[in-house]
Design a protein around this ligand. Sequence first.
Ligand code: BV8
Length: 254
Amino acid sequence: MNDRQLSEIAGALRGARSVVVLTGAGVSAESGVPTFRDAMDGLWKDFDPMKLATPEAFEADPETVTRWYDSRRVRVHTVKPNPGHMALAEMERRVRSAGGSFTLLTQNVDRLHHRAGSTGVVELHGSIVVWRCTRTGRKVEPPPEPLEKFPPESPFAPGALLRPDVVWFGEMLPAEAVAAADRAVASCDLFFSVGTSAVVYPAAGYAALASARGAKVVEINRDETPLSRDVDWSVRGLSGEVLPQVVERAWAGA
Ligand code: BV8
């Protein structure tokens, strides 16, 4: 990011009345959480996440799917928020204390934004630290240690299982999350897309919606995405480095 870009983005942020930030797995990468499409590591190297993250896979092989999710769940409890998460929590505080509105939409399921101090986080794809009964829908937050039995039986209904409370491909997003996202995107004047490959819908469609309603759009991403040519500022970089620079420049000495 060159200095002109940084000044322009910081100026737009300081003057914004309503900010929306959409984050993807790239924002958690610097915390040591592998992104969804990075090569699956260790014993999962032969699996395709796109196939595992589906109701069909859970139906066909609940043991493999719950083992995969539980290994990711346990890892999330061992990592911590990185400077990118912290910068977004600070951005929220600054925008709100200036009387503006701020909404953080995340595709991530790791709850690292919550742990960094962000509030009102809209979890578009659910959370991996919460599991729910396949029959009653009742939710539990298992302890940080690995589950013992796979697939895990539900304590709420005999014969039912526990599944991660995430949104799988082909599943609807939580209605309240979609409503919150639609409201925020419809009225924002500045939209950030950070650490996402912008290919998973409906989340990937929010930037274009915001732009169509007159918002300026900033993309901060390590690699080029389908969004990159359509945004007002496209920054190639790591969120853990770029976000702190933007927040610092926007409110330096304020
Ligand atoms: C829906 C939770 C209505 C689970 C996830 C056919 C049938 C059914 C649906 C569809 C279909 N065809 C299309 C669809 C719609 C489908 C979709 O969009 N498919 C795509 C792939 C074409 N969407 C859905 O199914 C959604 N539901 O539409 O319901 C419906 C219902 C029935 C029928 C039709 C429609 C549900 C989507 C939610 C899926 N669940 N996650 C889990 O986590 O296991 S999505 C999953 O992918 C993650 O949430 C992640 O955020 C997202 C994207 O994956 P990644 O690529 O890893 O992450 P990201 O995109 O964030 O990429 C990383 C980026 O970060 C890279 O660009 C990289 O350059 C960058 N980066 C890396 N490091 C850094 C960095 N940037 C900055 N700094 C760094 N340090």
